[in-house]
Design a protein around this ligand. Structure first.
Ligand SMILES: [Zn+2]
Length: 78
């Protein structure tokens, strides 16, 4: 998506440059298209709270890290 936006911006730049000397055709480039920020991969909703019995504390783990053995961030026990 970002690459396409940058391509469009370049295209407008080239087009503006190529029409600058043509009096019958004027093209003024406005603001450059906004380039979207990359999406945050893990949002709060994707996190799941897991209770670690070893420390009697809870920690939030992403769904991805649930596929491996949960790892206690407090004492390091699996
Ligand atoms: Zn622990």
């Amino acid at each position: 998506m970002n690459e396409a936006t940058e391509m469009l911006n370049d295209l407008f730049k080239d087009f503006e440059r190529s029409t600058r000397k043509n009096k019958n055709l004027t093209f003024k480039r406005g603001k450059p298209l906004a380039i979207k920020q990359p999406r945050v991969l893990f949002e709060i909703d994707d996190l799941e709270q897991i209770e670690f019995l070893c420390c009697h504390r809870t920690a939030k783990l992403s769904l991805l890290s649930k596929t491996i053995t949960p790892f206690c961030p407090y004492c390091g026990v699996n």
